[in-house]
Design a protein around this ligand. Structure first.
Ligand SMILES: [Fe+2]
Ligand SMILES: [Fe+2]
Length: 380
């Protein structure tokens, strides 16, 4: 009974690697939705009984998205996204873990269900195997098929070994209902660790930090660009193209690593297509841009919102209000992308503590006069 749990017992139950915690984790991997809710509810009850303040309630969000007239009829299909959970394996009571559970519940509550769910990278915080395993177990509760993308926090502890074992290739393409999708690993870095003989943990911490000059910059890289070029060769230029990348595929703000070093070369491969939508994670904020035919949409994080960079913000971005510092999850959320027949997209931001926001590629097109190419980023 929850009321019999003391704080000490609760800490024991939630402590990493405790036998009881392990059994909770195992139960998550095999439970149905009703059991899943019961498990998460029991954690909330245990915490409440022990006097632990719940920073976030497990509530289903009623999603009421705005859409322009006629857009519903143009809907081809929709997919949902969850991104940037940055989970530590410090127990089910950790706020980042609970936020990920909430996102899974949000997406599972969508009716009709999305065709698939994209996970936008940075599932783990420090790339540890136990963090990735915990994330895999929680995401396995999604009812819709899951597509994974890697972020730098998932990768630089063991250079992707555990991530690939759990989720498969870090780059791939697929076709779905007339749309060609490509998922990239856009957080490739040149070897900065062998020379100074950094340990795996040191390498991970350097990559997880700001651009302090020790690491190389995120890039898609020459080898992957060749793969992308070969993949796109076989696709008709009128086929709508959607690209998933973790970092934005343009140059936003280098000191915070909101940046892809070879962005222009990747964009050149995408520009021949009639409609191109890039969905990215990493920046933890509502972020929109257009460069030529390419529309860029950033995803929200479930863990924390980044502030907008002090310079270089694309002018088409509809800014979310600055996060309330007293509310850990203000500015966080999950969301949905509606792909329209003919190639346009509407990006829906399910901000947990605020009204939902929507941005469409049609709005971005209207926001630019015909003679302007869109924001290309600062030149450092
Ligand atoms: Fe992130
Ligand atoms: Fe990231």
């Amino acid at each position: 009974m929850a009321e019999h749990w003391t704080r000490k017992e609760l800490e024991f139950a939630l402590r990493e690697r405790s036998p009881r915690h392990e059994s909770w984790i195992r139960s998550l991997a095999h439970c149905d939705r009703r059991h899943f809710l019961r498990v998460t509810g029991r954690f909330a009850a245990m915490a409440a009984a022990a006097g632990v303040v719940q920073p976030h309630a497990f509530q289903l969000v009623n999603v009421a998205y705005a859409a322009e007239p006629g857009e519903e009829e143009k809907l081809a299909f929709r997919f949902a996204y969850i991104s940037d959970s940055h989970m530590y394996a410090r127990g089910m009571d950790h706020s980042f873990v609970k936020a990920t559970l909430k996102a899974v519940e949000d997406v599972n509550a969508l009716d009709p269900q999305p065709d698939f769910v994209l996970y936008g990278g940075d599932l783990a915080q420090l790339g540890r195997p136990e963090e990735l395993e915990l994330g895999q177990q929680i995401l396995s509760e999604l009812k819709a098929p899951l597509r994974m993308m890697v972020g730098e926090h998932d990768w630089y502890f063991d250079l992707g070994e555990k991530w690939r074992a759990l989720f498969g290739p870090d780059r791939y393409s697929f076709d779905h209902k007339g749309v060609h999708f490509v998922t990239l690993n856009s957080v490739v870095e040149k070897d900065f660790w062998s020379g100074p003989a950094y340990t795996p943990a040191q390498r991970m911490e350097i990559v997880a930090g700001l651009d302090d000059g020790r690491q190389s910059r995120f890039e898609v890289g020459e080898e992957q660009r060749h793969w992308l070029a070969r993949d796109l060769e076989k696709v008709d230029r009128n086929t709508p193209l959607v690209v998933f990348s973790h970092s934005p595929l343009y140059k936003y703000y280098r000191p915070w690593n909101f940046w892809t070093e070879d962005a222009e070369q990747v964009q050149a491969l995408l520009q021949p297509f009639r409609t191109v939508t890039v969905i990215h994670g990493h920046t933890h904020q509502i972020l929109t841009n257009r460069i030529g035919r390419i529309h860029f949409f950033g995803m929200l994080s479930t863990a924390w919102p980044w502030p907008y960079a002090p310079e270089g913000l694309p002018e088409l971005t509809i800014q979310m209000a600055r996060a309330d510092p007293f509310d850990q999850f203000d500015g966080c959320g999950d969301g949905r992308v509606d792909l329209l027949r003919g190639g346009g997209a509407i990006k829906h931001y399910d901000l947990w503590d605020r009204d939902p926001r929507s941005v469409s590629s049609a709005q971005l097109d209207r926001g630019l006069s015909a003679d302007r190419a869109g924001y290309r980023g600062p030149s450092y």
